[in-house]
Design a protein around this ligand. Structure first.
Ligand SMILES: Nc1ncnc2c1ncn2[C@@H]1O[C@H](COP(=O)(O)OP(=O)(O)OP(=O)(O)O)[C@@H](O)[C@H]1O
Ligand SMILES: [Mg+2]
Length: 250
């Protein structure tokens, strides 16, 4: 198992005078090596917060991680991570190549940048625009530069927070193609998306979160046993059943 997450809890205090709100209520899951796991949940259910805890950007109030069956510390593990944030920040005075170099240096620098930069820019179909400033890039092009950044270190685990959001059909197709290629290379993929049809296509496993609690974790075929039922429909049924169980929906 590449990663095990146990009992993550996190509360945020919206402001000084309001009580803290618990947004993760014991989130636990596993990422088997080489699997592609889709992280599904409605807006505000706790996906990005879970990912940020996992990446060490924020500290959970409780919970722990086990990397590579306990063989790696977080510092060792983070070297094999690639991450595309939900809202990447782009310094628009940089060119795509400078942006990648900035991230290369941030993640330890070293030799081999020129070759790797060329490979990832080709992969995201930006080989001819590497020397253009990011301010001239469309949203879809920026998303692709963000993806190139996540792929720069040939990560073992690729974590993507809504990689297809805001892309046109061509852009989505390209991103899905890259994810398929990574998957066939054996990369472990973990990504969130509201585009459930894309999840249906790409993911062998699903992790479903609702109000900071995991509702389902396991193979997609178990979540959606009838192949003719869309993931969207099953997801909505599972949520409705959960709300009924909680006494908060008819
Ligand atoms: N820094 C913060 N301070 C206060 N509240 C926060 C903070 N970050 C997240 N939250 C709250 O935590 C909850 C979960 O947010 P999160 O961003 O994890 O949801 P999400 O599942 O990623 O949603 P989306 O699909 O919209 O991206 C939300 O109610 C959000 O308002
Ligand atoms: Mg989010």
């Amino acid at each position: 198992m590449l990663l095990r997450v146990h009992g993550l809890e996190k509360s945020f205090k919206p402001d000084l005078f309001k009580p803290a709100k618990k947004v993760l209520k014991g989130v636990g899951f596993e990422l088997p090596r080489g699997s592609t796991t889709g992280f599904i949940g409605v807006n505000g259910s706790g996906k990005t917060t879970s990912l940020k805890c996992l990446l060490g950007f924020i500290f959970p109030d409780a919970g722990r991680f086990e990397f590579d069956e306990g063989r790696k510390s977080f510092d060792q593990f983070r070297q094999s991570l690639g991450y595309l944030p939900e809202r990447p920040y782009f310094y628009d005075f940089l060119t795509a190549e400078e942006f990648l170099k900035f991230h290369w240096d941030l993640s330890g620098g070293g030799a081999g940048f020129q070759e790797r930069k060329k490979q990832v820019l080709e992969k995201v179909d930006l080989a001819t625009t590497g020397d253009k400033k990011l301010r001239a890039f469309s949203k879809g092009m920026l998303q692709r530069v963000g993806l190139a950044q996540a792929l720069l270190r040939s990560p073992e685990l690729l974590i993507l927070d809504e990689p297809m959001s805001g892309l046109d059909p061509d852009g989505r197709w390209l991103v899905k193609d890259i994810l398929r290629e990574e998957k066939s290379r054996g990369t472990t993929l973990f990504f969130s998306s509201h585009l459930l049809a894309d999840m249906e296509e790409l993911c062998d496993r699903l992790l479903v979160i609702e109000e900071g609690q995991i509702l389902f974790e396991g193979p997609q075929a178990q979540f959606r046993p009838e192949a003719d039922q869309s993931l969207e429909k099953v997801f909505s049924q599972v949520r409705a059943a959960h709300r009924r169980g909680q006494g908060s929906a008819p």
